[in-house]
Every structure is written in C-alpha cells, then in structure tokens.
Design a protein around this ligand. Structure first.
Ligand code: SAM
Length: 199
C-alpha cells in the first residue's frame, strides 16, 4: 500500500490561520462540492476535542465544512488531487488506497467524528468503528439498493443492502438517526444514511 501524508506544516497557511480554497463558493457548488445536508445536520454533534476523519474525501467538501467550523481534519483518499486547493494548518491529507488489503492507514488513531459519503468498501466497517473516540460520531451517507434504477453506482458492491448501516451500528453505536430512502437532490438516487454515537 502506498501511503503518503501531507500535514498543515507543509501546506500553505494564510495569515489568519483560516482554511482557504482555490475555488470560489459558486464554483464549488457548480462542481458538486456543496456539503451533504445530512453531514451538515449532524456535524454540530461532533466534539471539537478531537479530529474528524473524512474517509474517501474526494474533492473535500466535508473536509472544508469541518475545517471552516474549527475542527482538525484528516482527509484520506487514493487520489488527493482534489484536496490540493485546501489550505489549513489543521488539515492532514493522507494519500492511501483503502482497498488493496494493505494495512489500515491510520493505525491506533481515534477521531471525534468519522465521515463517509458516497463511498462503500464493506471490509472497512470494523476499522471505522474502531477509529471512533468514546462518544465519537459516525456520519455515513451513501447509495443504497435500488439506485441502479437511476444509473450509477449500480454494482451491488457499492450499494448498501436494506438496513445495512443499522446492522453495522447494532450493539456497537447509539443510533441517533437513520434513513433509507429515495432522494431527488442533488440528483435522483436511493441513499442510506446514519448518524450514530460511540459509547
Ligand atoms: C464519489 S467520490 C466521494 C467523495 C466524497 N466523499 C464526497 O462525497 O464528496 C468517491 C471517492 O472515493 C475514493 N476512492 C475510491 N476508491 C478508493 C480506494 N480504493 N482508496 C481510497 N479512496 C478511494 C475516490 O478517489 C473518490 O474520491
């Protein structure tokens, strides 16, 4: 597994120490970078005593959201080019392939919040739960069975089975909210989403 890290020390920091991005908000919205309403809803429940893990962070829409709210963020993706425009001393970017049976790239690390959106690799579920601090929040939202009616993803490997996120949490996390439904925004899709707290 190739893992590389970039911390805020090597990233550009503006004089205010605030996160900045190369794209204007309007451009970000047009590029599909608006944060998920589900993540926005539950973000305030994440303690600021720890960092947030944005797994398969993509273009960093949730990395940006949490940085702007004053959290430390660790963003992981196999392709971190989409994060290159984010500037913050509180951001650690890890380039890692999460699916090639190599070691978990964050051994022993714990987070106040773990955020996963539009990404599913089932073998990671145990590592995600183990990565939660006591009281840590898991905020998860991705495509679910039935989405094949709308297009991609249509591969069952990338679609949650009915109740699957609830099963992941059962007996391990306190489920605060769970939905399994058809949505129309940002595009018609079947999604499942969970917000749950570690004991
Ligand atoms: C649909 S995007 C979602 C990005 C982000 N979570 C969001 O909702 O905006 C899926 C992301 O998963 C990443 N990804 C896919 N396979 C991966 C792998 N094997 N290891 C690490 N990241 C992977 C992709 O690079 C991509 O950024």
């Amino acid at each position: 597994m190739r893992i590389s890290r970039q911390t805020g020390k090597s990233a550009f920091t503006d004089r205010t120490g605030m996160v900045s991005a190369s794209s204007a908000p309007t451009a970000a919205a047009h590029a599909g970078l608006s944060p998920s309403a589900w993540v926005c809803r539950f973000a305030p429940l994440v303690s600021k005593s720890g960092a947030v893990l944005d797994l398969a962070a993509g273009g960093g829409r949730h990395t940006r959201l949490f940085l702007e709210q004053g959290y430390k963020v660790v963003a992981v993706d196999r392709d971190t080019a989409g994060l290159a425009g984010l500037r913050s001393p509180h951001l650690e970017v890890i380039t890692a392939d999460l699916e090639n049976s190599g070691p978990w790239p964050l051994p022993g690390r714990r987070f106040a919040g773990v955020v996963v959106t539009n990404y599913l690799h089932r073998p990671l579920f145990p590592a995600l739960l183990a990565a939660l601090d006591p009281g840590g929040m898991l905020i998860y939202e991705t495509f679910a069975a039935g989405n094949e009616r709308f297009g991609k993803p249509s591969n069952p490997d990338f679609l949650l089975r009915p109740g699957e996120l609830l099963e992941v949490a059962r007996g391990r996390l306190r489920v605060l909210a769970y939905e399994d439904l058809e949505v129309s925004e940002p595009k018609p899709a079947m999604v499942q989403r969970l917000a749950a707290r570690a004991p």
